[in-house]
Write a new protein. Structure first.
Length: 123
């Protein structure tokens, strides 16, 4: 059986960049809790992959845009943007908000969250 450290390393390698950072922060928290004098754990910078450029087709529906943006930004935690995106989708469906405007706003949300992730500000 692999040692706990080997298991942890194997799990770490399977995680997304964002989840790796979360795991490091949790380990840092636990280390500080058991040894109050522990200084922040040194960590290698987490590399955030570049988004996959997928052209926006003319006349794209809001649902199709969500699928495209999810493929464009697979590194993002979709639960983090669920509230904002679901409100926009509902406005489009229920109130007839212009699809082009909604897709523009969705692109802004995804791009903003990507920039936040890339800058390390996802707390």
């Amino acid at each position: 059986m692999a040692s706990a450290e080997q298991q942890l390393t194997a799990f770490f390698r399977q995680l997304t960049a964002e989840d790796q950072l979360t795991l490091l922060r949790f380990a840092e928290f636990l280390a500080g809790r058991s040894s109050p004098g522990v200084v922040a754990v040194s960590r290698e910078p987490v590399v955030v992959p570049e988004p996959e450029v997928i052209e926006r087709p003319a006349g794209e529906s809001v649902v199709a845009a969500l699928k495209r943006l999810s493929k464009t930004y697979p590194m993002l935690d979709k639960t983090e943007m669920l509230s904002a995106t679901s409100d926009l989708v509902a406005a489009n469906i229920m109130q007839g908000t212009d699809a082009v405007e909604v897709v523009d706003q969705l692109e802004d949300i995804f791009r903003g969250l990507y920039e936040k992730l890339k800058s390390g500000g996802h707390e």
